[in-house]
Design a protein around this ligand. Structure first.
Ligand SMILES: C[S@@+](CC[C@H](N)C(=O)[O-])C[C@H]1O[C@@H](n2cnc3c(N)ncnc32)[C@H](O)[C@@H]1O
Length: 441
């Protein structure tokens, strides 16, 4: 068997459960009532002490505490993915998703001159499933990538998930090196023999020619919420409900708050959600890509600066009230791609957002599905492949809600292979796989 390959069926298809689950891109769970558990969780106690001591907190502070507090954060100690978790994501649904993303990185590597080395950097890798599928493609394209020195870098705050990622991605017999408290807190060797490292913060990943990947990462970053009022913008805060000391409620700040500086002067909406943390990550990515080369591929549910109130929670595949039983449910908000583009500050070219169904079609999902179906002689596997395809591509499921967005060095679009879009007098994105049809050069 090829190095790095998982246990595959004869068709080359990995068994993956496609039990109907709720994806976080949806804002409603049809036929299901939101789960409401009026529990006093340790996180609720922590937050009420905090609010009593310092006053109402921003939604961003609430999200940061609930999701990534080192002692009790939802992400830090849960495996929230899959049937038994709280939601399902594309890589967990179908192997084809990760395979096509693997091909995207190889295609970009080839289009930009086949650098002798690159880092694959994934932000928020979940169970490591996406990285596993990508690394399988790298192994399968070994003859193309043979001379390239590849290393894998995972940015993960969750101790629990980093252990799951290590179990998915590393060799059983090669021990992991642990450096508790250090910026690079774990190190190992992947099943295909590549060095792999774990960090909590992107800023600790070595700067070098890199391909960055963030799938359903930005939607987990804290947001500030603002409401337009006759007195101007007011930030939405979280306070203790005066009617019940173990319940939280939303209030409006009495005056302007510092985070208001992030709102555009010509903002037309009456409610906006902004993530300074997402801005910091994008600025770091843009700076790295402009200085060292590479690309970033960001896939998430979101909008291009049009939506207003998208803050929501998920627990056991149901929508969950965001202020109830904090710490037991996932919290998320749609990604505002127009904001990400603005935060890149023109240092790099930004492509997208492009709907998932279009991106995957351009990447050849139909051809890959056909190959797997033709090779498969197991009816259950065929059905699983078809269900997975439907979930990823159907506009009513993940096909339209999820988008792809890429950051690339400006010279990538101005390169010799670039086609000029004469109508717009701008370099065309169609020379970039996914944003145009995939062509091997
Ligand atoms: C919604 S899950 C997505 C997992 C995976 N990418 C997928 O699509 O299946 C979000 C991931 O980001 C991680 N995460 C959340 N906030 C983070 C942060 N501030 N820094 C690094 N990782 C974070 C979580 O632990 C988790 O691995």
């Amino acid at each position: 068997m090829m190095a790095g390959a998982r246990v595959l069926s004869r068709a080359g298809a990995a068994a993956r459960s496609v039990a109907p689950g709720l994806c976080r891109g949806w804002c409603s769970s049809p036929g299901k009532e939101p789960a409401q558990q009026p529990q006093v969780t340790p996180m609720l106690r922590h937050l009420t002490y905090k609010i009593k001591a310092t006053g109402p907190i921003s939604v961003a502070e609430y999200m940061r505490e609930v999701l990534t507090n080192p002692a009790q954060g939802y992400y830090v100690h849960h495996d929230m993915l899959g049937e038994k978790g709280d939601f399902i994501t594309s890589p967990e649904i179908s192997q084809i998703f990760g395979e096509l993303l693997g091909i995207w990185f190889v295609s970009e590597w080839m289009a930009t001159g086949k650098s002798p080395a690159f880092q694959l950097v994934e932000l928020g890798p979940g169970r490591g499933t996406l990285a596993e599928d990508i690394l399988r493609v790298f192994s399968q394209l070994g003859s193309v990538l043979r001379s390239c020195d590849i290393s894998v870098h995972l940015v993960e705050v969750s101790e629990k998930l980093s252990e799951t990622q290590a179990a998915t991605l590393t060799k059983e017999k090669a021990p992991l090196e642990r450096h508790t408290g250090a910026p690079m807190y774990m190190k190992g060797v992947t099943k295909s023999g590549l060095p792999i490292y774990w960090y909590r913060d992107l800023r600790d990943v070595p700067k070098g020619y890199s391909f960055y990947l963030a799938h359903e990462f930005f939607d987990a970053l804290p947001i500030h919420k603002f409401q337009k009022t006759p007195q101007g913008w007011r930030e939405v805060l979280i306070d203790i409900d005066p009617q019940a000391s173990d319940r939280l409620r939303f209030v409006l700040a009495p005056g302007a708050t510092a985070a208001e500086a992030f709102i555009q002067p010509d903002e037309a909406r009456d409610h906006v959600e902004l993530s300074p943390d997402a801005g910091v990550v994008i600025q770091e990515l843009a700076q790295r890509i402009s200085l060292k080369g590479g690309a970033a591929l960001i896939a998430d549910y979101g909008h291009d600066g049009t939506k207003t109130d998208t803050f929501r929670g998920f627990c056991s595949h149901r929508l969950h009230d965001v202020l109830t039983a904090p710490g037991t449910a996932d919290l998320t908000a749609d990604v505002d791609f127009s904001y990400l583009r603005r935060m890149a500050q023109g240092r790099v070219a930004a492509l997208g957002p492009l709907q998932q169904q279009t991106f995957l079609k351009n990447m050849g999902i139909d051809v890959r599905l056909k190959v797997l179906l033709d090779k498969s002689d197991e009816p259950s596997l065929k059905q699983q492949l078809l269900q997975g395809y439907d979930m990823l591509m159907n506009p009513k499921k993940m096909g339209e809600r999820f988008n792809f967005f890429a950051l690339l060095p400006h010279q990538r679009l101005l390169g010799t292979n670039c086609q000029m879009n004469t109508r717009q007098s701008e370099p065309s994105a169609s020379s970039v796989a996914g944003f145009g049809e995939l062509t091997w050069r």
